[in-house]
Write a protein that binds this ligand. Structure first.
Ligand code: ATP
Ligand code: MG
Length: 870
């Protein structure tokens, strides 16, 4: 049987579906409501809230194939990727889950059955690891798992490992438990006879590798480090699709499976280099490229564009790593990655339609990023060659600068250094890198204490769609330390506070109890838990409180949220259906909306868009809100869903006339409440992504009325109430006319002055001489000097001026310089002393500035003496 990767994925899901598991879809790659995580790095991420007990699952058995990205934080495989043959940045994790349903026995039975009976992997090639126990944590060996495995696998192939390998933890605190891994030996018989695979398990051998991890979640780690048994036990398993494909397709490398073959061939075609297996460096470059193109494309499709910070920066670094490998080892000096997208779509477009739908955008973004990086790379290489001229060794600090500013990974710097016969201070580089990591860790580190239960509640009931005030009690709280600040997070049994989400900022407001009042400065969602941020705790936590949302802020935010929907609708109507929302920020004071569009939005289009939104406002279309309807029904209503958003089975639909969106935000009861919609700005955020900003309601009124007031003042000033624009144009016209007149008057004045000067020249020692104070500014004197240079022969002229400041200008015609050796630039320095200043210039013209006008006459006398003596 031919196990294509599509078939493997399907078989896995169907197998667990057959055991009553609900098949759910992959969550987006980018994680939005978890401060500890940037990207989905394991299948369990999207179910965290069930493990934490924040929410009850609808189905207690679930299975899926999850897109994962392991490039930051606790799981970071980036440096391995491409160097080895079985770690990827982005990969698919097949998993099955039990939320307080079945436990170890079924998990192990099904895993064994699926691998050996359905997929037909030889039993004697499989090795099992289990948890050996831990004294410090007071945990025994997982004999339960051992006994269950021992039904199928001889004891000598069930290996004990310590907690670093076989005890899984979600984070510093939270649900955790022993795990049991399945490893497979895919070496040739000859190799197998030489070395027992038992000795190779967990030893980074590329052909004796872990394929499936079964985690038995049964404890909760407290902030104190102590473990408490969980009341509900869960199962979390994960198996890499790419590794399983390698095993089932009888290959020795993930890259030789069908998942990568198309991409490798396309890369060969684009670069003209072949993936031969004979040149290590080139082969690594191939693997890096075909791996990274997946991570980059899927992230962009999920709405994460490369950028300078956070998740966007991680994506930018992945892209740069691929470009750099292409540059260094496959001789790609121009953008090339974007050309591989069509091959990726051919491979994965069917399972992931978002790739196809967004291909133009992905391609544009990639190309622009590549080109920008290649320019930086060139600059870095220049920097390196300059450095080379002055140094014999590459210092750690410099290697770090190349890394940090020019995106040079250390192996590129190493390569350049070796080419130049220079030594590289690797330890120094590592230290600089570590220092930077520590700095940023300190800046972002957040320490959360354990939750303290006050009035235990199962989950928070959100009532904020219907009311802005509620009688509540505190369910639990915890202390959080961030940088030097300390604050508290509070969970209520019920809350009207909207938690930040869907671009809309969290509500602010108060928590009141009798006469005491505490301010809630933000509200966020964390793993589906609504968390209120407060600076200090109420003195008494037990009783009832009134939670009051700041209504003005909320209503303004609602106006802006509705405005984004109308704007989205108008943009699609006017610019076209290719417009897709790529991000938004909805605040009480303004809104920001990013969308895909491939050129600047023209002023005319902006006017049309603004007009259209205001028409929709005037129509005063009422809100139609559907809460908790099945996704299918929402789709039938024509609802727009966003790529990269995580939607449950039941969704909320917000409809204003023809604008229909899946949305969890707060909105106005009818579009008329917006009052007025005003666009304020249009810019570009990245290749293919435009951003507009807008305001509504009181803010829009304020803006417009301020503008009109300014206009009134202008009308007043230009004395044209009816048509201030014409008035201003007239003033500008007059101004231009006046400037012209002034210029021509000045010219005339210069001519007159020149003629007057010429008539005053007298002969002294055979030279035409004049020294006097004139009524011209420095600019005019200079103009004059340049003219006289051409017209006059045999002349020395010193002109003083008291206009604004005291200056001296000396003109010595070229023939005098030649015959008598006197240079204006030299002479002027002496003359300058008389006016207590300094100066310099060219042989034929020099100027000096000073403070003392009384010395001008002395200066004239001195030059006269000089001329006499020539
Ligand atoms: P390894 O030790 O090989 O890095 P792991 O212990 O990090 O694996 P888990 O966190 O247990 O792996 O993930 C579950 C499964 O996901 C693994 O058994 C493997 O099949 C797959 N997997 C993990 N990391 C990667 C990766 N970077 N690329 C591809 N598959 C992976
Ligand atoms: Mg790993």
């Amino acid at each position: 049987m031919q196990w294509t990767s599509n078939k493997i994925r399907k078989t896995f899901l169907e197998f667990f579906n057959g055991q009553n598991h609900k098949i759910v879809s992959s969550a987006p790659l980018v994680v939005k409501d978890d401060p500890t995580l940037m990207f989905t790095n394991a299948g369990m991420n999207q179910f965290k809230e069930f493990f934490l007990g924040n929410e009850k699952p609808e189905n207690t058995r679930v299975t899926d194939s999850q897109k994962c990205l392991r490039v930051s934080g606790k799981h970071n495989d980036l440096e391995e990727v491409g160097v080895d043959t079985y770690h990827h940045t982005m990969f698919e994790m097949l998993g099955n889950w039990s939320f307080n349903d079945y436990f170890k026995e079924e998990t192990i039975d099904w895993a064994w059955k699926l691998l050996t009976e359905v997929f037909g992997i030889y039993k004697d090639r499989l090795y099992i690891t289990i948890f050996e126990g831990d004294k410090e944590d007071g945990l025994p060996r997982d004999t339960e798992a051992f006994d269950l495995w021992n039904k199928y696998v001889p004891a000598d192939r069930i290996l004990d490992y310590d907690k670093s390998d076989n005890f899984w933890e979600m984070g510093d605190t939270g649900p955790c438990g022993p795990s049991s891994e399945i490893h497979v030996d895919i070496r040739s018989d000859e190799e197998r006879n030489k070395v027992d695979a038992k000795k190779l398990v967990n030893r980074d051998h590329p052909q004796v590798i872990e394929i499936w991890n079964l985690v038995f979640i049964q404890y909760n780690r407290q902030a104190s480090g102590e473990l408490k048994p969980l009341p509900a036990k869960h199962i979390d398993t994960g198996m890499g699709l790419e590794r399983l494909a390698m095993v089932l397709q009888d290959k020795q490398s993930n890259y030789d499976t069908d998942l990568f073959q198309n991409l490798i061939q396309a890369t060969e075609k684009v670069t003209g280099v072949s993936y031969s297996g004979s040149d290590q460096k080139k082969d690594i470059a191939f693997r890096v490229i075909v791996d990274h193109i997946r991570a980059i494309s899927f992230s962009i499709a999920d709405g994460q564009l490369p950028s300078n910070t956070g998740a966007g920066y991680v994506i930018r670094r992945i892209l740069r790593r691929a470009v750099r490998y292409g540059y260094s080892f496959l001789d790609q000096k121009e953008a090339f990655l974007y050309k591989l997208l069509s091959a990726l779509i051919k491979e994965m477009g069917e399972a992931f339609p978002e790739l196809k739908k967004q291909s133009t955008l992905i391609e544009k973004v990639m190309k622009e990023e590549e080109e920008a990086f290649l320019r930086t790379l060139e600059k870095g290489i220049q920097k390196f060659s300059e450095y080379r001229k002055k140094h014999d060794k590459v210092e750690g600090e410099f290697a770090f600068e190349l890394y940090d500013t020019y995106g040079f990974p250390i192996d590129l710097t190493d390569l350049l250094a070796r080419e130049e016969g220079m030594k590289l201070d690797l330890d120094g580089f590592k230290k600089a890198l570590e220092d930077q990591k520590n700095r940023s860790r300190k800046a972002t580190s957040m320490e959360a204490g354990d939750w303290v239960e006050v009035n235990p509640a199962e989950s928070t009931n959100f009532v904020g769609y219907d009311q802005t005030e509620a009688e509540v009690s505190v369910a639990r709280y915890r202390e959080v330390k961030q940088k030097d600040k300390k604050y508290y997070q509070l969970v209520l049994d019920e809350t009207p506070f909207y938690p930040e989400g869907g671009g809309q900022v969290g509500d602010k407001g108060n928590l009141k109890n009798g006469s005491s009042q505490i301010s809630i400065f933000d509200t966020k969602k964390e793993n589906n838990l609504i968390v209120h941020f407060i600076k200090e705790l109420p003195k008494e936590l037990k009783g009832k409180f009134t939670a009051e949302v700041d209504v003005t802020k909320r209503e303004n935010a609602a106006r802006n949220h509705t405005a984004t929907h109308l704007l989205h609708h108008a943009l699609r109507e006017i610019l076209g259906e290719h417009v897709e929302q790529k991000g938004s920020l909805v605040r009480p004071d303004y809104l920001r909306f990013d969308f895909s569009h491939f050129q600047k939005v023209t002023d005319e289009e902006l006017q049309q868009i603004e007009k259209r939104v205001n028409e929709l406002v005037l129509e005063n279309t009422p809100l139609v809100e559907k809460r908790n309807i099945p996704m299918d029904e929402a789709m039938q209503m024509g609802a727009l869903a966003l790529f990269g958003e995580k939607y449950g089975d039941a969704v909320r639909v917000i409809k204003f006339g023809d604008s229909v969106e899946l949305c969890g935000g707060t909105h106005v009861p009818a579009t008329g409440a917006l009052g007025l919609f005003k666009l304020t700005n249009e810019t570009s955020v990245a290749a293919g992504i435009r951003r507009v900003e807008a305001i509504t309601g009181a803010e829009a009124y304020r803006y417009v009325s301020e503008r009109i007031q300014q206009l009134d003042i202008i009308a007043e000033e230009v004395k044209n109430k009816k048509d201030p624009v014409k008035g201003v144009q007239q003033v500008i016209g007059q101004n231009r006319e006046l400037s012209k007149q002034i210029d021509s008057l000045k010219q005339k004045e210069e001519v007159a002055e020149r003629n007057a000067l010429l008539s005053e020249l007298k002969e002294l020692n055979g030279i035409q001489f004049l020294a006097k104070t004139v009524d011209l500014d420095a600019g005019s004197i200079k103009n004059l000097a340049f003219k006289l240079r051409k017209e006059l022969k045999n002349a020395v002229i010193l002109l003083g001026s008291k206009d604004k400041k005291v200056t001296l200008s000396l003109i010595v015609t070229d023939d005098v310089t030649q015959s008598k050796g006197i240079k204006a630039g030299e002479e002027i320095r002496d003359l300058a002393q008389h006016i207590k200043g300094g100066g310099g210039g060219q042989p034929f013209f020099a100027t000096a500035g000073g403070k003392d006008a009384n010395g001008l006459d002395e200066a004239y006398k001195q030059i006269e003496e000089k001329v006499k003596s020539l």
